[in-house]
Design a protein around this ligand. Structure first.
Ligand SMILES: Nc1ncnc2c1ncn2[C@@H]1O[C@H](COP(=O)(O)OP(=O)(O)OP(=O)(O)O)[C@@H](O)[C@H]1O
Ligand SMILES: [Mg+2]
Length: 465
């Protein structure tokens, strides 16, 4: 009896119909999604009615137009309408167009992405063919691991840049900012740091760069390291949404590798342009500015991004972040510089005056600090650096006095030593990107001082004083 009923149903095609329906809904392209309609359109955003109760801030929606499906981010939610910033400007939007909810923007990193250059949407832009989507998509709006579960930062590493390895050595999982005005040497220093051999993977976000510089950075400076690097690029002519997404996509990829146990270097050039992009999006959504034209969301997004770098939970790898910050008009107290300095575990200050003297990289050793340097130095190295800093300070503070001939050799032994040794130190700190990374910066310094003195071991001589 039962059998007959089943057969009846099968013959009537009801089971087949049910199976077809179920397969159709299992396909994400047909799955049920909340939708609404475009209500108003403005220069930087459009509004949608009917989605307010179903979307969250920062989620993505898809708008179907004659030219295809275009993504946009929800930047403001009101009781009746939501504000959406389109990712690509210039898409044709009409009143009444359908917009559907997509949820968080996800990327699915895969080990095969190493050596590739992608855009903020996770699409390859290097002409080397399609990329494989990984098995585990991750939201780009991820949060940092809880602080008490994270392992501690305590292992130093060699960057290969003498001025940093001596004066502000770094640890795996540290977050470091490079602060400088425009054209002083930030990108060049970042490219030198990208060659540090302590890392399994290097993830680089190039935000708001000139198109010309991008190829230069990737091809010339990464060179043989390209096979373990992934670059995420949003050039200056791309939309603020794409510029805002680039570092988020990059840190999400870095997290993927960190969770596999890799030590990852995350580089963002520049975080100021990331902040500018957030400002453009927020202003388009009507958020009021609070500091120098920057809206409040800039100051919540920056720590959120940087906090995601650092060590992972016990057993995972680390993300060491090195980011560049453009200080507007060489004013080191601008709001972005100020707020990032507080979040970071160290800052390297580049001086225009040093660059003008041709002392590259133009790192000011007295103004730069690494808050984790103590973990990287040995006791002797710490003493030596403290002594070196005091010599440099003495040398710099008496520069004017010496220039007007107000100093006689022999009247201050400390200053005599500074005058003899500081120019040698400055010479040792000079380094171009064409040079290979330095294996032992202290040995280089000791050799140079020894050669200048022509005798003895000045490294221990300085340390003993
Ligand atoms: N270590 C170095 N050795 C030799 N020259 C350097 C070095 N660093 C920087 N320069 C010189 O300074 C110029 C500007 O450097 P770079 O592009 O890195 O500056 P930037 O701070 O990134 O500029 P922007 O603010 O425009 O991004 C380079 O083109 C190069 O000529
Ligand atoms: Mg630059």
């Amino acid at each position: 009896m039962m059998e007959a009923a089943i057969l009846d149903a099968v013959n009537g095609g009801k089971l087949a119909q049910l199976a077809g329906l179920s397969a159709r809904y299992a396909d994400p392209a047909f799955s049920v999604a909340h939708g609404g309609h475009v209500r108003t359109i403005a220069a930087g955003h459009y509004t949608v009615a009917g989605l307010s109760k179903h979307v969250r801030l920062g989620e993505f929606v898809a708008h179907r137009s004659a030219t295809g499906i275009h993504l946009g981010e929800v930047v403001r939610v009101e009781p009746d309408i939501i504000y959406v910033c389109p990712i690509e400007p210039g898409e044709p939007i009409g009143i009444g167009d359908t917009v559907i909810r997509k949820g968080a923007f996800r990327v699915a990193p895969d080990d095969s992405w190493c050596g590739r250059t992608i855009n903020s949407l996770g699409e390859p832009i290097d002409g080397k063919g399609p990329i494989v989507r990984g098995l585990h998509p991750r939201s780009i709006a991820n949060t940092a691991p809880p602080s008490m579960t994270r392992s501690r930062v305590e292992k130093g590493f060699r960057t290969g840049v003498r001025a940093i390895d001596i004066f502000s050595p770094l640890c795996l999982g540290q977050r470091l900012g490079i602060f400088a005005g425009s054209g002083v040497g930030k990108s060049t220093l970042l490219s030198m740091l990208a060659r540090a051999d302590a890392f399994d993977k290097v993830v680089i976000a190039l935000v708001g760069e000139r198109g010309r510089e991008v190829r230069e950075f990737i091809e010339d400076t990464l060179g043989e390291n390209m096979s373990k690097s992934i670059a995420i690029v949003a050039t200056s002519d791309e939309s603020p949404m794409l510029r805002k997404m680039a570092p988020l996509v990059a840190i999400t990829i870095a997290e993927h590798f960190r969770d596999q146990g890799d030590n990852v270097l995350f580089i963002a050039d520049s975080v100021t342009r990331f902040a500018h992009a957030i400002r453009e999006v927020a202003v388009a959504a009507g958020e009021p500015p609070i500091a120098r034209g920057y809206p409040a969301s800039v100051f919540t997004e920056l720590p959120r991004l940087l906090e995601r770098a650092g060590p992972g939970v016990e057993g995972a790898g680390t993300i060491t972040a090195i980011i560049s910050i453009l200080v507007d008009g060489d004013n080191h107290n601008d709001p972005i510089a100020d707020s990032t300095r507080g979040i970071l575990d160290g800052h390297i200050v580049l001086d225009r005056s040093l660059a003008e003297e041709g002392r590259y990289p133009p790192i000011n050793p007295l103004a730069s600090i690494s808050r984790l340097a103590r973990k990287a130095w040995t006791e002797d190295q710490e003493k030596l650096v403290s002594r070196l800093k005091s010599l440099v300070h003495r040398y710099e503070e008496t520069r004017d006095l010496r220039l007007i001939g107000g100093y006689r050799a022999g009247s201050d032994p400390d200053l005599d030593m500074a005058i003899k040794q500081v120019p040698v130190i400055y010479e040792v700190l000079k380094q171009t990107p064409a040079e290979k990374p330095t294996l032992d910066a202290y040995a280089d310094l000791a050799n140079a001082l020894r050669a200048a003195a022509g005798q003895g071991n000045p490294q221990t001589a300085i340390a003993r004083r």
